[in-house]
Design a protein around this ligand. Structure first.
Ligand code: FNR
Length: 198
């Protein structure tokens, strides 16, 4: 049955911090995913050099090519990111800029999910809407709702295990992942029906 075909999702993390709360959430996703869904971390955006068209002209860096291929091969992409100054961290923007220049266009028509976390009250909401604006130009299929913005995250993560432990957040994220799987299957059926959109 096509509806039971396994799916592979990949996560792109917007923080380079060792003790990152967002990393704790990304790390917890595999155990919150529906059956037959694999979730794997992409290479770190910290391995990307600062975007420079002169560097690109010499050839895409290996780290950029590798992540581009991993996104291209995945059924869906999940951004998990902090908010910096009401927007996305520069390291994430830099990675998106590099990947957007790949001739294979790894973001095009890719189902995308967004999650953010912050010690503050809004959970990174403002960064999400800046990211969504970029996703328009990249022509992704970004799922709109439910939105996951984990606020006051410091009290919801166990620093020792580096995992999201707050049960309400875990349940909500599990629900979002379930919705994302249904969304991906809809998008895949849409592409099958209209091959020119694939
Ligand atoms: C922040 N932080 C922050 N938080 C927020 O909710 N809205 C914001 O606009 C900002 N801006 C901001 C700018 C910069 C430069 C830093 C370093 C931090 C706080 C941020 O949410 C906090 O450091 C998180 O812990 C970062 O996420 P990770 O690294 O724990 O995943």
């Amino acid at each position: 049955m096509p509806s039971e075909a396994p799916l592979t999702l990949v996560t792109m993390l917007g923080s380079l911090r060792r003790g990152s709360y967002n990393a704790a959430i990304a790390r917890s996703l595999p155990e919150l995913a529906p059956p037959s869904v694999t979730i794997a971390a992409l290479g770190s955006v910290g391995d990307f050099p600062l975007y420079n068209a002169d560097l690109q002209a010499e050839g895409f860096p290996a780290a950029v090519r590798r992540v581009g291929e991993e996104i291209g091969a995945a059924d869906g992409l999940i951004f998990v990111t902090p908010e910096y100054n009401y927007s996305v961290p520069g390291v994430l923007k830099n990675a998106i800029d590099w990947l957007s220049r790949l001739p294979e266009k790894p973001f095009k028509h890719k189902p995308v999910l967004i999650q953010s976390a912050s010690p503050g009250l809004l959970g990174g909401a403002r960064a999400q809407y800046h990211l969504r604006q970029m996703l328009v130009y990249l022509d992704t299929y970004a799922m709109n709702v439910p939105e996951v913005m984990v606020n006051q995250v410091a009290s919801k993560v166990d620093e020792t295990s580096g995992r999201l432990t707050d049960q309400a957040s875990r349940d909500f994220i599990a629900g979002q992942l379930k919705a994302f799987v249904a969304f991906i299957r809809d998008m895949q059926a849409f592409a099958r029906d209209r091959p020119s959109r694939a």
